[in-house]
Each structure stands twice: as structure tokens, then as C-alpha cells.
Design a protein around this ligand. Structure first.
Ligand SMILES: *[C@@H]1O[C@H](CO)[C@@H](O)[C@H](O)[C@H]1NC(C)=O
Ligand SMILES: *[C@@H]1O[C@H](CO)[C@@H](O)[C@H](O)[C@H]1NC(C)=O
Ligand SMILES: *[C@@H]1O[C@H](CO)[C@@H](O)[C@H](O)[C@H]1NC(C)=O
Ligand SMILES: *[C@@H]1O[C@H](CO)[C@@H](O)[C@H](O)[C@H]1NC(C)=O
Ligand SMILES: *[C@@H]1O[C@H](CO)[C@@H](O)[C@H](O)[C@H]1NC(C)=O
Ligand SMILES: *[C@@H]1O[C@H](CO)[C@@H](O)[C@H](O)[C@H]1NC(C)=O
Ligand SMILES: *[C@@H]1O[C@H](CO)[C@@H](O)[C@H](O)[C@H]1NC(C)=O
Length: 587
């Protein structure tokens, strides 16, 4: 069968290239192509699964483990509105799908309308629900309202009998945008259709709103922004509204003005990596190494940095690994906050300022955009401010390679960056000084062994972010993103071979702050997964995969969620979950 030999040839590419010494150590690594399966590869694997698994083709539901969203006690709702329903066939390089948005009447009626409804929202949930049947790659998509990004996700890869998945995202922070009045909702999902890849993605986008029953305003430190200003490309476009960053010198920017009475500014950055940088952490020194960062530029100065969580899309490394439990962040990519309040002194001059993004070491392509969340002083028409201190030393880092024979060896990469800025803002709330500090570190090793037939990377990205000062909006966030990936096999060159993949990935986060209303939360989210494909005489004769995920969240507000779920192949082996702080350990 040609299908399985195609599998064989491509999946062993990494190993073969190294064996035949076409490349030396630096190049002896997986290219993005080696980390993806074609439709034929997957068909060959599906064909050897036990018939019980093959028969249960219909109604596959794949899911990302996340905590359920619960409205605060005493809320009314939901008031649900279908915003858009569309079938995404050949949509790549076509304009985004748009729909006219006007605030649902339950929202404009709340708090007497006039945009004041935003304050009555206790929880807003954006639900993306989609299905697909046939054969298709994972695709990236984004949802924008009035140019501001609300959601970015990767699609699930379908099975021939179909797949469904859904994402519920807390979009309460965009309440002002949801209440603001008529605007345009845009969804870009770049899908390609041909004779083989025939899967059409059918998606419904629904907004669920919950309201405070009592006319009680959200507390000062947790209230959503009064205005959300998009930092993205404007329609019309034949692409998503994100900027596309293609190389390390490319800075994509836009100009914007800030309302004169702003007293707080937070830039929320969305980022995803594609093509040659999809698996940037696997990249060798000749592919610009394994380190990437998104830098935020204000009038040319680096005012913040995002060291992204390594989201593995549903088709990455071995797509079977992510079925039915998908990788962390893949259906709902994380966004990252950069506090710009210390720079309001600069921004409050009523003039246009340039906000831009670059990606250190970038290869084609990074999709980056942002939303500027602004809090406005209701009691004054103009605030004032000044920058007191700003220090952003150059990124430091290095890669050390060590190979004795030019094939096997290891290299170690490290990087570190600090940014700190202090500024004051005078408003009706007083003269408040805010300091924003980022301390970022990255430690990475890449070991090639067994004559180039195995590669293991192990890295940790750590980010400490602090907002301090004499105002109520203080915050300390510590994030750590450990990632281990092993690609290898045995029996190369013989008739019987095993191709192995192993992934351990985690997202750990602690948050505290809020001044007088001090609150804390911790999240531990970790996946351990492995897959094996067995080949005999170029034919796929067996395949197996397993996943274990532990998700533990606890907040000082009493919100707790823990989940301990495991799957083998397409079957969930056990799934313990609990919404109390007792945890699921040992059950
Ligand atoms: C907003 O859109 C609705 C529905 O399309 C329309 O009835 C209304 O007049 C519009 N309002 C404004 C202020 O444009
Ligand atoms: C980097 O990308 C920009 C934007 O696509 C392009 O104009 C520029 O020529 C590229 N530079 C290099 C060195 O490739
Ligand atoms: C390089 O690797 C060799 C064996 O792989 C080891 O003996 C040597 O100590 C390493 N050198 C450095 C500088 O790490
Ligand atoms: C960042 O700050 C830490 C602690 O103050 C220091 O150890 C480290 O060397 C700094 N890194 C850079 C790149 O400035
Ligand atoms: C606000 O406080 C800062 C720092 O103490 C000071 O430099 C600035 O002059 C004050 N601004 C006003 C308007 O009082
Ligand atoms: C990755 O490196 C960390 C830190 O050195 C270590 O604790 C961990 O065990 C390693 N992971 C694997 C799977 O080797
Ligand atoms: C998850 O559940 C399994 C099976 O019940 C149990 O053995 C394991 O200890 C649990 N792990 C955690 C972290 O709760």
C-alpha cells in the first residue's frame, strides 16, 4: 500500500537524514513537516485500530480540560444570543466572515441601557461550538468584535465519522465592548479544501450573559475596562485581523490615541506560532534556535515582553496524542497582559502613539495582535501623568552546542530579560504611582542521541510579573511552563520499527493582589502523553497512545476545581472531577 510507505518515508525523515549524514548536528532535527501527519498517515493508523474503536467513529467529542464557568451567586441569566453560524469551507485567504453585532436587548435594557449595561454584567461567556466530518488539518481561527480579539483557537482534526468540540471562554473583561453599541463581529478560520482534505468546519458562536440581581457594581479592582481599544489590522482583509510577523527584524505596528481621562491601561496580547515556527522550541541553532519572545514596542521602546506558552495544536507531534483530550491551550489560546499604566504620562497627550510587536528570532510566521484595556475617570475630563523610571536592558541569552561526531550531542540555550517601569497618574482617585516589573527566564536543553535517531528537548519558561504601587490594582503573577518532548524510535533499518513520541507539558500559575481586596489563586495544569506507531515492512501494524492530565485550581474567593483524567486511545479510562477544595487525590 502506498499509504503506509508514505507514512514510513515521512515519519522517518528525521532519522534518515541524520543516518545518511546529509546534515550535521545543528541541522539534525525535526522540521515542522516531520511533526505533522498527513491524512494518509492517520488513515493508515486508524485502519489498524481494534474494530471496537473504528466502529465508534460517529459522535467523537474532543475536549480541553478547563474549569467550568459559574456566575457569581445571585446572578440572573443566562440571556443567550446566537451571534454567528457559519460553515467554513475554502476560506483561506478569503475575507473573514462577518455579522452585524448589536448588544442583545437584555444587555441594553440592563441598568437603563445607554452602554451602562456593562456594569450589570456579572459573567459573559462566549461559546464556540463546532463540528467537522471527513478529513482536515487543524486550523487556527480568531474572533474579533469591533476589531478587538475575543477568542483564538485551533480547530479539532476530524475523524471520517465526524468530530465535535466546544469552548466556553470568560469574556467578562470585554463587557464594555459587548455593551458599546453596534459593531462588526468577524471570524477568520483559514480552511483549505481539496480532494483529500474535504472537512468543512461548521461553527456556532453564542454569547451567554449573566447579570447582577442587586444593583451592585463590581468591586473597584475587578471591574472590567471602560473601553477596549483594538490593536490589530482593520477590515477589509483577506486574512485574520492579527498582524503577521515573519522575521526577527519585522515590527508590525499601528497608531492609536488614548482618551484624555484614562487612569489605568493594560495591553492584552494574543499570539500564535505557525509554519516554520509552529514548533519553535524544537528549532536548532540554524533555525534561529529554540527561544522566542514577543516584544511590545511603544513609540519604539520595548515596554513589555511575552514569553509564550508552547501551545501544541491538535495536529502537532502526533495528532493521536490529542484525541480525545486536546493539548493545553489548543482550543482556547491564552493571552498575556502587559501593564502600560506607568506609560500613561506619555500616552495622555492626546496625540497618536505607535504600538508595535516584534518576535525575537522569528521565522515565518507569528500572528500577533492585542487589546488595550482602558479604565476612565468618571469624575474628570482629563487625567495627567508622568513616567518616573523605565529600564529595559537588552535580552541576554546564549546557545552552547556540544557534539563530538557532528551527529549526536546536545545544546543548551538560556535567556533572561527584565523590564521595569514606574509612572504616576493623577485622577479623581488621587495621585497614584504604579510600577510594572517583568522578570523572564528560559532554560532549554536539546539532546540528539542514538546516531541521530532520537531527540529530546526539555525546557522551562518562567515569568514573574508584578504590578505594585499605592493604588488598588496591585498584582503578582508567577507562571512556569515546563515542556519535555521526546521523538525517537527503535529498529531503524530493520523490518520492524517503533516510532515513539512522548510529551510532558505544564502550565503552573499563581496570582495574588488586589490591594485591600487581596485575593490569590493557584493553577497546576499538567499533561503526560505518549504515542507509539509500529511498522512492519513499511506497513503500519499497530498504534497506541495515552494521555494523563491533572488540573488543580484554587482561589481565595472559594472557587475550586480539580480534574484528574486519563485516556488510552480514544477511550477515557477515568475522569475524576470535583468543584470543591477537597480535591480528587487518591480517589
Ligand atoms: C443598531 O443595529 C440595529 C439592528 O441592526 C438597528 O435597529 C439600530 O438602529 C442600530 N443602532 C444604531 C445606533 O445604529
Ligand atoms: C522581514 O519581514 C519584513 C516584512 O515581511 C520584510 O519586509 C523584510 O524584508 C524581512 N527581512 C528579512 C531580512 O527577511
Ligand atoms: C561534550 O560532550 C562530551 C560527551 O558527549 C562530554 O564528555 C563533554 O564533557 C561535553 N563538553 C561540554 C563542554 O559540555
Ligand atoms: C534580571 O534580574 C535578576 C534579579 O534582579 C538578575 O539576577 C538577572 O541577571 C537580570 N537579568 C537581566 C538579563 O538583566
Ligand atoms: C504625583 O506624584 C509624583 C511622584 O510622587 C510627583 O512627581 C508628581 O509631581 C505628582 N503629580 C501631581 C500632579 O501632583
Ligand atoms: C526536565 O528537566 C527538569 C529540570 O532539570 C527535570 O527536573 C525533569 O525531570 C526533566 N524532565 C524529563 C522528562 O527528563
Ligand atoms: C488520579 O486518579 C488516579 C486513579 O484514580 C489515582 O491513582 C491518582 O493518584 C490520581 N492523581 C491525582 C493527582 O489526583
Amino acid at each position: 500500500m502506498t499509504t503506509s510507505s508514505a507514512f514510513h518515508r515521512r515519519c522517518l525523515l528525521l532519522l534518515c537524514l541524520c543516518f545518511t549524514l546529509l546534515f550535521h548536528f545543528h541541522s539534525c532535527a525535526a522540521s515542522p513537516r516531520d511533526l505533522r501527519f498527513t491524512a494518509e498517515d492517520i488513515a493508515a493508523v486508524e485502519a489498524v485500530l481494534p474494530s471496537s474503536l473504528r466502529q465508534r467513529q460517529a459522535k467523537n467529542t474532543f475536549f480541553e480540560v478547563a474549569r467550568p464557568l459559574r456566575p457569581p451567586r445571585g446572578s440572573s441569566g443566562p440571556c443567550s444570543t446566537l451571534l454567528l453560524s457559519h460553515s467554513f469551507a475554502f476560506t483561506f485567504t478569503k475575507p473573514p466572515v462577518t455579522a452585524a453585532y448589536s448588544p442583545p436587548s437584555c444587555l441594553s435594557d440592563a441598568a437603563g441601557g445607554g452602554g451602562g449595561g456593562a456594569r450589570a454584567v456579572s459573567l459573559a461567556v462566549l461559546e464556540w461550538r463546532a463540528d467537522c466530518r471527513g478529513t482536515q488539518y487543524d486550523r487556527i481561527f480568531g474572533v474579533w468584535l469591533g476589531g478587538a480579539e475575543l477568542l483564538r483557537g485551533s480547530t479539532a482534526e476530524p475523524r471520517p465519522g465526524g468530530v465535535t468540540w466546544s469552548v466556553s471562554k470568560d469574556v467578562t473583561k470585554y463587557a464594555s465592548l459587548l455593551a458599546a453599541g453596534n459593531s462588526t463581529l468577524a471570524v477568520y478560520l483559514g480552511n483549505l479544501i481539496d480532494d483529500t482534505y474535504d472537512g468543512v468546519y461548521n461553527a456556532d458562536l453564542t454569547l451567554h450573559l449573566y447579570f447582577r440581581r442587586a444593583a451592585r457594581s463590581p468591586t473597584a479592582s475587578s471591574a472590567p475596562a471602560d473601553r477596549v481599544v483594538p490593536v490589530s489590522r482593520s477590515l477589509p482583509l483577506n486574512d485574520g485581523l492579527w498582524f503577521v510577523v515573519d522575521n526577527t527584524t519585522d515590527i508590525e505596528s499601528t497608531r492609536l490615541t488614548v482618551p484624555p481621562n484614562a487612569y489605568r491601561a493594560v495591553l492584552e496580547v494574543y499570539v500564535s506560532s505557525h509554519n516554520f515556527d509552529e514548533f519553535w522550541y524544537m528549532n536548532t541553532p540554524d533555525q534561529n534556535g529554540p527561544f522566542r519572545e514577543v516584544t511590545v514596542h511603544l513609540d519604539g521602546d520595548v515596554v513589555g515582553a511575552v514569553w509564550p506558552f508552547p501551545v501544541i495544536y491538535t495536529g502537532g507531534i502526533n495528532p493521536l496524542i490529542w484525541r480525545p483530550i486536546t493539548s493545553i491551550g489548543s482550543f482556547n489560546l491564552p493571552s498575556y497582559d502587559v501593564e502600560l499604566t506607568p506609560f500613561l504620562g506619555k500616552l495622555l497627550d492626546g496625540k497618536e502613539h505607535e504600538l508595535g510587536f516584534a518576535v525575537t528570532n522569528a521565522q515565518k510566521s507569528w500572528y500577533v495582535d492585542a487589546n488595550l484595556h482602558l479604565w476612565l475617570d468618571p469624575k474628570s475630563s482629563a487625567t495627567s501623568g508622568g513616567v518616573i523610571a523605565y529600564d529595559a536592558p537588552k535580552l541576554t541569552g546564549k546557545i552552547v552546542s556540544n557534539s563530538s561526531d557532528g551527529i549526536d550531542g546536545r545544546y543548551d540555550a538560556t535567556a533572561s530579560r527584565n523590564i521595569t517601569a514606574t509612572g504616576w497618574v493623577r485622577s479623581s482617585r488621587g495621585n497614584i504611582t504604579t510600577t510594572f516589573t517583568q522578570r523572564l527566564t528560559f532554560v532549554h536543553t536539546n539532546v540528539v542521541s542514538d546516531k541521530g535517531s532520537a531527540q529530546a528537548i526539555n525546557q522551562t519558561t518562567a515569568a514573574d510579573t508584578e504590578v505594585s504601587g499605592d493604588g488598588p490594582h496591585t498584582q503578582q503573577v508567577h507562571q512556569s511552563f515546563p515542556l519535555y518532548i521526546f521523538l525517537g524510535g527503535d529498529g531503524s533499518g530493520t523490518s520492524s520499527q517503533r516510532l515513539m513520541r512522548r510529551v510532558e507539558i505544564g502550565l503552573d500559575e499563581t496570582r495574588s493582589g488586589g490591594g485591600a481586596e487581596e485575593s490569590t489563586s493557584t493553577l497546576h495544569n499538567a499533561q503526560t502523553a505518549a504515542a507509539e506507531v509500529v511498522l512492519r515492512d513499511d506497513q503500519v501494524v499497530g498504534a497506541s497512545w495515552r494521555m494523563h492530565q491533572v488540573y488543580e485550581y484554587g482561589g481565595s474567593d472559594g472557587g475550586c476545581y480539580s480534574r484528574n483524567v486519563s485516556s488510552i486511545g480514544y477511550d477515557v479510562l477515568f475522569d475524576h472531577n470535583e468543584e470543591s477544595c477537597a480535591g480528587t487525590r487518591g480517589r
